[in-house]
Every structure is written in C-alpha cells, then in structure tokens.
Design a protein around this ligand. Structure first.
Ligand SMILES: Cc1cc2nc3c(=O)[nH]c(=O)nc-3n(C[C@H](O)[C@H](O)[C@H](O)COP(=O)(O)O)c2cc1C
Ligand SMILES: [Mn+2]
Length: 464
C-alpha cells in the first residue's frame, strides 16, 4: 500500500484505506455473521458519527465483507485526507478550483485490480447488498459510482445514484430531476440507443467526491472524473469495459457493466433517504446488468443515509457555496451546512460585513450556488456557525423579522424534501447580522479567559 506525503493511505484504493483505518484504531470489526436485512444497518447505526468505520467480516448469503462509515465523521475524513477538520470545505473547494483551471484527465489502463474476476452470468444475489431501514423496498446499492458517456460527444459523466435490486440482473434507479444522467438517457433515447454505464462499488473518497460534485461546479460537458485525479494526487486510473466504450474504475472493488434501455421502467422504493423520510415508490428507469467484474478479495461498500451524506453531498455543497461566495461577496469567511438541515438544506454563512446589504447579497448568491438549499442564515463573524445555540442567539437578538427575512416562492428545490413536491417550493433566507454600520448596542459581551496556571484552586468531585 502506498502512502501520500501526509502519511495516510493511498486514497485511490479502498483496500489500502481499510488497512490504514485498521492500523490506526479507526476500524470496528464485526466478526459474527450478520443478516444483511436490517441487522447490518442496525449495528452500523450504533457506530454512526463516531471516529471509526465498520467492517462486517461475515454477511449471511455472501462471501464478501461489507464496509460502512467512511463519510460519517469529519474527524475520520480529516484524518484520512491528512487535513484539519475545519479546513475541509476550503480544501475541497481548492481541489475543485484546481481541476477547473488545470484538469488532469484520467488514464485508461489495459487491466486493473477490478479485472481479477469476471462473471459473464451476472447474478446480483451473490453480492451482500444490504436492506437498511424497516420499510425499505429491498436491497440497495447506495454507494456505487456511475460512470457514463454523453452519447453525442463521448464526454464522461459521473454521479452517485441509489439502485434497488429488483432481479438477478436488474436494478431500478432513482435519477433526480436535472441530473446529467437524465440528460444522457434522453440523448440516448433521441438516438434510439441504449445508454451503457458502469456502476463502481468500493472506491476511495477522490472518486466518490468527483461523482458528488454538484453540477454548478462541474457543468455538463466537463469530464468530472479529473476531480478524482486532483484528490488522489495522480491521474485516476480507469480500465476499458468489455461490452461498451464506457470505462470502469481500475481500483474499484466491484464494477457492474450495465445499460439503460430508454422507456424501460420498474417500481422503485421505498428507501430511507437522507431527509429522514422514505422516498416514495414510483416507476423509475430499469437497468440491465450484463457483466460483473470484481477483485478476488472484494469488499462491498454501503452508506447509512444520514451523516455519511452530510459529509459527502453536504461537504461538496459547502465547498461550492464557499468558493462562489468568496468570489462574489466581500467579507464572507466561512460556510456550514447544518446537520439538522439534512446536511444540504440549510446553509449558515459567516460574514464580516463591509457594507450594508452584503449579507443579503450572500443569501442570494448561496441559493444560486446550490439549488437543493431551502434555508440560508447569514451571521456576523463573532458567531460560531457550527454551534446551533450560537446561530439561534444571532437570530433571537439580531434578526429583524420584518426586514431580515427573504422568502422566495415557486422555486426549484430538492424533490426529496417533502415541502418541495415535484421539485417546487418556497425558500427562506434569514439575515441575522447586526445592522450596518455597527452600533455599540449589538456588541457581543466577552469575558477574557484567564490562565489558571499557578492559582490555588480546589475543584471537588461531585458526591451524590
Ligand atoms: C450517497 C449519495 C447518494 C445519492 N443518491 C442520489 C440518487 O439516488 N439520485 C440522484 O439523482 N442523485 C443522488 N445523489 C446526488 C448526485 O450523485 C450528485 O448530485 C451528483 O453531483 C450528480 O451528478 P451530475 O451533476 O453529473 O448529474 C447522491 C449522492 C450521494 C453522495
Ligand atoms: Mn455531471
């Protein structure tokens, strides 16, 4: 296993990452055989948000282990990337900017670890695909990276979608409105072609992040796989597929060669989503799995909806809003997507206001930078944006409800949010900054922390 300059794992390779987690006390090993239906997720949820990921060594009905939790804690992620936790949004936004300015294209190799075993007779029942929540409609691939190509230009696109197993070699897929995969499928339909894609399971955070970078930062027609090259510190390695021109990730644990036939649909859902609600059942595109490649010692990766999505979609959204605001609004210092806001519906923006009206400018720019946002709260730079009580303090004492609340009606939002039926709803911005110019009545009281060294102080134990 190679290591990067910060002494952590080669993040292009999940096997190396698991080894690094194990070697640094950051891996929980579940040695008892577990049921992939509900039990696996139930155990994983016990460790959710903690400093360790989880490896299920034996999963009923399959010979492959299951790995969960790579993204559920920023401490874990910061450790893996060798970065301080608070610098992650800035780091991610710099990586994306570097890619925009100097893209490093992926390289296509003849073979990679994923080619160790090829199964022509695709049978998804051999894989340990878990069923997470009580009312989920079935087993789901929820951490697989889709790679496809624009049928017209051949330019690659990558994204993450949830896939329900609905047959031995059939998957029903959820494609949200506006996704580039939807566009590729429509283009294939117009040419009366099928749309080939690969589903890559068990990849490192570089490729995962590249797939999750919002369209606002990676517009259609750019090969966003290059973003993975930037995170990995070397060109992303792909291998050619055997059945179509679409490549697979050379380092994936498992890669499925699939195709979408325009017009073919199958009921998909329910699925416990990041919103804390079940996504509804509806006919959605049906994918055919034509061939399965995997490493001999493959590990299946899954994501528990919740914290893991806060730190993938949420972190990338934060990075994009931060990058845009820093470009457009003087004084913006930091951005945080709250966890109560499902990781990507509520942004808190910190600003050192230089002129009246810039807080409102920040509100509008944040909405433009990331369409799933429903709420944006702007606070001054004496407020800790990661502390809900501090943000509430700013709202309770600085927000003027008559002039500081901006409501935007009938605007496109995130369809999974139940207040956005058919992707349409209202959004709200809160300007919780002090009036500008600042007046002494809004100055925050402060006690200077006094050093305790050398003082004779007795702190007794509490007795019941
Ligand atoms: C864990 C995870 C699950 C996701 N699930 C879906 C999904 O089921 N459907 C979907 O359209 N987008 C989903 N997304 C979001 C898209 O992958 C993401 O917005 C991506 O940037 C879309 O790529 P595109 O801009 O090329 O369309 C998910 C993201 C993550 C990180
Ligand atoms: Mn895209």
């Amino acid at each position: 296993m190679g290591t990067n300059p910060s002494g952590t794992a080669d993040i292009a390779d999940l096997a190396g990452i698991i080894k690094w987690l194990d070697g640094s006390g950051r891996l929980v090993r579940v040695r008892t055989e577990v049921d992939p239906v509900h039990q696996l997720a139930g155990i994983a949820a016990r460790f959710e948000g903690g400093p360790r990921a989880v490896l299920f060594e034996k999963v009923k009905g399959s010979r492959y282990p299951v790995f969960a939790g790579l993204y559920w804690s920023r401490e874990l992620l910061g450790g893996l990337l060798g970065r301080p936790v608070l610098s992650l949004p800035q780091y991610v936004s710099e990586c994306i900017r570097d890619w925009q300015q100097h893209p490093v294209a992926p390289v296509v190799l003849r073979r990679g670890p994923v080619n160790e075993v090829t199964e022509d007779n695709a049978d998804l029942s051999r894989l340990p695909v878990p069923t997470h929540a009580e009312l989920d409609g079935g087993p789901y691939f929820d951490a697989g990276v889709v790679i496809t190509k624009d049928p017209e230009t051949g330019i690659r696109n990558t994204s993450i979608q949830r896939f329900q197993v609905v047959g031995k070699d059939r998957l029903a897929i959820n494609i949200d409105a506006g996704r580039h995969l939807e566009l590729c499928l429509a283009k294939a339909a117009a040419r009366t072609q099928t749309l080939p894609f690969t589903l890559n399971i068990g990849v490192g955070p570089g490729l995962h992040f590249a797939a999750a970078v919002p369209a606002e930062a990676a517009p259609f027609g750019t090969d966003e796989l290059g973003i993975a090259s930037r995170f990995n510190g070397k060109p992303l390695e792909l291998v050619a597929s055997s059945l179509s021109p679409v490549e697979m990730a050379a380092d994936a644990m498992i890669a499925l060669e699939c195709e979408l036939v325009p017009g073919e649909v199958h009921p998909e859902g329910p699925f416990a989503e990041v919103t804390g609600y079940y996504a509804s059942v509806a006919p959605r595109p049906l994918a055919r799995v034509r061939r399965i490649h995997h490493r001999r010692e493959a590990v299946f990766q899954t994501i528990i909806s919740g914290g893991e999505v806060f730190n993938s979609v949420g972190l990338l959204g934060e990075a994009n809003v931060l990058a845009l605001l820093q470009k457009q609004v003087p004084g913006v210092k930091d951005v945080y997507f709250t966890h109560g806001g499902c990781g990507f519906y509520h942004a808190v923006v910190q600003i050192a206001q230089k002129r009246a009206g810039w807080a409102r400018q920040a509100l509008m720019a944040a909405f433009a930078a990331f369409p799933p946002l429903k709420m944006v709260t702007v606070v001054d730079d004496d407020v800790d944006i990661r502390k809900p009580a501090d943000v509430e303090w700013a709202m309770a004492t600085r927000l003027d409800p008559k002039h500081g609340i901006l409501v935007i009606e009938n605007v496109f939002g995130h369809g999974l949010n139940p207040t956005f039926p058919d992707y349409l709803g209202s959004k709200v911005g809160f300007d919780a900054t002090r009036p500008f110019p600042h007046t002494p009545n809004f100055t925050r009281a402060k006690i200077s922390p006094a050093p305790l060294d050398g003082l004779d102080i007795e702190v007794p134990d509490i007795r019941s």
